[in-house]
Design a protein around this ligand. Structure first.
Ligand code: ATP
Ligand code: MG
Length: 441
């Protein structure tokens, strides 16, 4: 059943030309394969790029894994008049993918018109709503639910430069007369305009007070709700707060299995566990590693991924990791002076035990560092390295909070952590077997 879908969807029609070019490419590269790949394996290798998509959020329900609790929470907000939701968490954990799935998960439970906009640093409260109303109008044109007799909304009556919370509420009230609305503001953390978030909180309050059948979903990178809307207390009763954690091992396994089922491929159990371990709960990494492991297996003429393919996939992934991540690793570990332990200390930081917000203490670095360097370390032996790694000269790869005794550190970007681990294996900073013993998901 899956077999047919794979072969048809990603490579049919106009994509055939791309497949042809890709096949030519495969015959010249493909992980150093000795024999040319068969057309079937070449097509699969091409299709893998639209199944495992490190660069793009998920758009298909079949490829979406886990996140049951978060989905139910958002559906709760949408289905109860007067409730709104805020979805927050680390970068790259799957916030946009989850919101893309909303209509699929709402299914027949409720017909809603869902519109999404991406916020950016130039946005004001008015520009956010101008974009949102344009998006709602275009969604209404594309999906004219219950619109047979209704003219399009009087959105244009709003003054684009001076939209107020009350104006936005009135417009939404008109627009939602025939169908409930869901308006998603993604990347809300990028809004910098003073006052925009206060006005958004006022709008949410007003929509709740007037019981308007429109749900606002705010999404952004933040450790806490205050990080996105400081004035959230004023709307606390109307706002369902949903934290998006990293994925569990089972959820990462599901990403791998769903994708491989689509590709009619399989994976050896040990290889799957390696992918899970190195993904460290970050779905972006699971996609990146799975994609290159698949291609390594196919290039070797097999539809079954082995641990060797994962190792090759890992090396290929390191090359294709976001450039900014590679640059910050280089910046943090540059130099060759004696007693220079930046690579080892950074790896120990990536393996240290963390709290819920992924902060660790210097004490938590001691044990992994002793294992990595194979000698006993005290905090005083590496404290200077931690300090340097949190300063501008080394690109502030660590964030530091708290003073003297309460100091805690955090790796500045969640995608750096798995990079540091895999890069250390490649550079032989530590044997893989030692690492596998200390990695905590
Ligand atoms: N539930 C999921 N199932 C399968 N893959 C997922 C899931 N969630 C996220 N992904 C994958 O993880 C990667 C990051 O997802 P996404 O862009 O949705 O994250 P995000 O939290 O919105 O990131 P950012 O903070 O950068 O906006 C993408 O490759 C996406 O395909
Ligand atoms: Mg996103």
């Amino acid at each position: 059943m899956n077999h047919r879908r794979v072969r048809q969807s990603p490579v049919d029609g106009s994509a055939a030309r791309l497949v042809y070019l890709y096949c030519l490419f495969c015959s010249y590269s493909s992980f150093g394969a000795r024999t040319p790949m068969t057309p079937e394996l070449q097509a699969l290798s091409f299709a893998a790029g639209s199944v495992f998509t490190p660069g793009a959020p998920i758009n298909e329900k079949d490829l979406f894994a886990g996140r049951r609790e978060q989905i139910e929470n958002i559906i709760d907000a949408v289905s109860q008049r007067g409730y709104h939701a805020i979805l927050y968490g680390e970068r790259g954990v799957g916030k946009t993918s989850l919101s893309n799935m909303l209509s699929a998960f709402l299914g027949r439970r409720q017909t809603s018109l869902i519109s999404r906009i991406n916020c950016d640093t130039s946005d004001t409260f008015s520009s956010l709503w101008t974009k949102a109303f344009k998006e709602i109008e275009s969604s209404r044109r594309k999906h004219p639910i219950g619109l047979t007799t209704q003219p399009l909304a009087p959105v244009t009556a709003l003054d684009d430069d001076n939209i107020t919370p009350d104006g936005a509420r009135r417009a939404l009230q008109d627009l939602s007369r025939s169908t409930p609305l869901v308006v998603i503001f993604d990347e809300f953390d990028r809004v910098q305009h003073a006052g925009a978030t206060v006005l958004m909180a006022d709008t949410i309050k007003s929509l709740s007070d007037y019981s308007v059948p429109a749900t606002i979903l705010i999404i952004g990178v933040a450790d806490s709700v205050e990080g996105l809307i400081k004035e959230h207390q004023s709307v606390e009763r109307a706002l369902i707060q949903i934290y998006m954690p990293r994925m569990s091992d089972d959820e990462i396994r599901d990403i791998i299995r769903n994708g491989l089922a689509r590709l009619t491929m399989e994976i050896d159990e040990a290889a799957c566990e390696e992918l899970v371990r190195f993904s460290q709960g970050v779905p972006y990494i699971a996609h990146l590693l799975a994609l290159h492991s698949c291609r390594s297996a196919l290039a070797a003429g097999s539809k079954i991924i082995s641990p060797h393919n994962v190792e090759q996939g890992m090396h290929r992934s390191l090359d294709q990791w976001q450039q900014s991540i590679k640059a910050s690793y280089h910046e943090a570990t540059k130099g060759r002076q004696t007693g220079h332990l930046y690579k080892e200390v950074l790896l120990a930081c990536a393996l240290a035990e963390v709290d819920d917000l992924r902060y660790f203490t210097a004490a938590a670095v001691r044990e992994p560092l002793s294992l990595i360097a194979d000698r006993k370390f005290e905090i005083s032996n590496f404290a200077r390295h931690l300090k340097d790694l949190s300063e501008a000269a080394r690109g502030r790869i660590l964030q530091r909070v708290g003073e003297t005794h309460g100091t805690r550190y955090r790796i500045s970007n969640p995608i750096l952590r798995p990079y540091i681990v895999m890069r250390s294996i490649k550079d032989n900073i530590v044997p893989k077997a030692t690492l596998e013993k200390i990695i905590t998901p």
